[in-house]
Ligand binder design. Structure first.
Ligand SMILES: [Mg+2]
Length: 254
């Protein structure tokens, strides 16, 4: 039997950038009694709290001790300290300020050259490029844009593929991955989900075969693909409804 259920977040557990539904919250809480549960995503720690942890219905400290937060593609790891009753950071591998500046300038130039720099569509105070410490993330319409607007922006990934191609010409020392609905994550090579999953194996003292991973971008070039390439068993989902369906099956047969 699998010991670990690992999950991409955006489009796997939720509608991108929104809190998980009551149904997913209930299913994940049930999973905490049977499995180590590991969300791994390009997002920041506070978003893991907003979108997942704070949505769980009255989890016990014991249940939370089985929840492992692999933030910024697992370049940061947080676990629940049952004595302090709070989250603690176990490790962190940030980018340098120089790397952040170079990546930000590269993506901005590429998007501007291609006509995909949509600054005029941003809500006040919002930004297209965000420093997430271990990665820099381009979100074409900012963080606050509406879901429908985001879905419509690049449904076939073509715009982002062009931006990524140009970024690779301008700054080939970084890796660029397409994720979510409007995002590109820029990282130093190897600081993708392979890094996170490799550290997960070490931290949880498990084997690859102990893990079942859920993700929506498992195609080559997608931000879940590194997990597939490692040989970890993966379930490809279209959305959180597929994930809920699979989890109901898994919990039903235990
Ligand atoms: Mg995703």
């Amino acid at each position: 039997m699998k010991k670990v259920l690992a999950f991409d977040i955006d489009q796997t557990l939720n509608v991108a950038k929104t809190p998980i539904t009551d149904e997913i919250a209930e299913l994940l809480t049930k999973c905490l009694d049977k499995f180590e549960v590991c969300p791994i995503s390009g997002q920041k720690f506070d978003q893991f709290l907003i979108q997942i942890v704070n949505r769980l219905p009255n989890p016990t400290p014991e249940q939370l001790s089985h929840l492992h937060l692999f933030v910024a593609q697992g370049t940061q790891y947080y676990r629940f300290n049952t004595l302090k009753k709070d989250w603690e950071q176990v490790y962190n591998y940030p980018l340098t300020n120089e790397q952040v500046a170079k990546i930000s300038a590269t993506i901005e130039q590429a998007a501007k050259e291609l006509g995909y720099w949509e600054e005029d569509k941003l809500k006040p105070g919002d930004e297209i490029i965000e420093n997430r410490l271990s990665q820099v993330t381009f979100s074409a319409l900012g963080q606050e844009a509406g879901t429908e607007e985001k879905y419509a922006w690049d449904p076939d990934h073509k715009k982002r593929e062009q931006i990524v191609k140009r970024c690779k010409e301008l700054a080939p020392e970084f890796d660029y991955e397409i994720g979510g609905t409007t995002s590109i994550n820029a990282i130093t090579p190897g600081m993708n989900k392979t890094f996170g999953m490799t550290h997960l194996l070490e931290e949880l003292k498990v084997e690859k075969s102990d893990i079942l991973y859920f993700g929506d971008m498992t195609q080559p070039g997608g931000n879940d693909y590194p997990v597939v390439a490692m040989g970890i068993d993966t379930i490809t989902v279209r959305n959180h409804e597929d994930t809920a369906f699979a989890l109901r099956g898994i919990l039903g047969v235990i």
